[in-house]
Design a protein around this ligand. Structure first.
Ligand code: MRU
Length: 343
């Protein structure tokens, strides 16, 4: 990709978000100038991916301040608006962490808030570049340096899902830059198709060979020996290494454990939540039933059926072979726990 993609961009008066619901067929941006618009964009997944919603939430504090100024809000009203942004989606801890970080500058005014939000965005890109190098080194050492790798990934973790470059897809991009990617299996990622719509689109932009496969194919592809390693992102990682990520991830991890291949989680430390002891304490977002009962707006399930639509699942730390952050790799299943090593 010649110019690095920015899913979240501050325009001076608001946010320009790449509309991730329209990709890959239309490349459009959504301009956000008010709190309702931002909350709606986060809930509808116009902007999505844990670090990207963290960056959007960080700038959301500025949006609340500016709207408050225009509409004569009290400080309490601005703070309540920021709290609504913070709670727009519950699972990705980056949203809360980034909003809270920027709120430490709230009393210093708009410029200080914008400066902190820009730092959140800049540091996320830096973290991604660092974890890409650590993750690529670790995988090559673990799987073998002699041939290009076949990598499976789930959901979208690229530039679109972050402030830039990507987490798990950032590791893939780094391996590709080193000439070490044979092929990527991109899981389709039901029900909103982040894999087939977004990951495949990014892989096409990067010229990385790939197959899109249905989520149900993942375990079989792994157990038939067609994959050397799986690399995924995360929305929240508990102190014991339990990892919440897009629904379907735990099945990939189980298959990797059975096949004896590495399951690598790539995430910045802003995704690690040391205050959450284990996966049971992670709030899993339950989304609308229609997302699974319909396909492209047409009802596919019987009218009487109910839908169960958890957006995420939790992979136990015992299945996480490696967790790569900007600080290096922890071998979680071997006992290197985030709660002890990332304090
Ligand atoms: O519902 P989404 O699309 O926001 O879910 C995103 C994921 O699950 C990603 O894997 C995760 O946020 C990591 S993005 C670098």
């Amino acid at each position: 990709m010649s110019q690095e993609l920015r899913a979240v961009e501050w325009t001076g008066t608001g946010l320009a978000l790449i509309d991730q619901t329209a990709l890959p067929h239309r490349t459009e941006t959504v301009d956000v100038h008010d709190v309702d618009g931002l909350v709606d964009a986060i809930r509808r997944l116009v902007v999505r991916g844990a670090p990207a919603i963290g960056a959007a939430g960080a700038y959301g504090v500025a949006i609340a301040l500016l709207q408050g100024e225009r509409e004569g809000w009290t400080e309490a009203e601005v703070r309540a608006a920021v709290a609504r942004i913070r709670e727009a989606r519950p699972t990705a801890v980056n949203l809360m962490v980034c909003v809270d970080r920027v709120m430490t500058r709230f009393g210093k005014g708009l410029d200080a808030v914008l400066e902190e939000a820009a730092a959140v965005q800049r540091e996320d890109v830096e973290a991604n570049r660092a974890m890409a190098a650590f993750g690529a080194d670790w995988l090559l050492k673990r799987v073998g340096e002699d041939r290009p790798l076949r990598i499976l990934t789930h959901c979208n973790t690229g530039a679109l899902a972050t402030a830039g470059w990507g987490t798990a897809l950032g590791v893939v991009r780094e391996l590709h830059a080193r000439g070490r990617v044979e092929v990527v299996y991109a899981d389709e990622t039901r029900p909103l198709l982040q894999g087939s719509r977004l990951t495949a689109w990014e892989l096409v932009q990067e010229g990385i060979p790939h197959y899109v496969q249905v989520d149900g194919a993942a375990a079989g592809t792994i157990l038939r020996g067609q994959v050397d390693a799986a690399v995924v992102g995360a929305d929240r990682i508990a102190a014991n290494g339990d990892t919440a990520n897009k629904v379907g991830t735990v099945g990939v991890a189980l298959a990797c454990a059975d096949a004896g291949i590495p399951f690598l989680v790539a995430a910045p430390t802003t995704t690690v939540d040391l205050a959450t002891p284990d996966g049971d304490a992670i709030h899993i977002e339950l989304r609308g039933e229609d997302e699974v009962l319909e396909w492209a707006g047409v009802r596919t399930a019987p009218a009487a059926s109910r839908g169960h639509n958890p957006a995420f699942d939790v992979t136990p730390g015992r299945l996480v072979t490696g967790l790569v952050t900007e600080r290096g790799v922890l071998e979680v299943s071997a006992g290197e726990l985030p709660g002890e090593r990332l304090k």
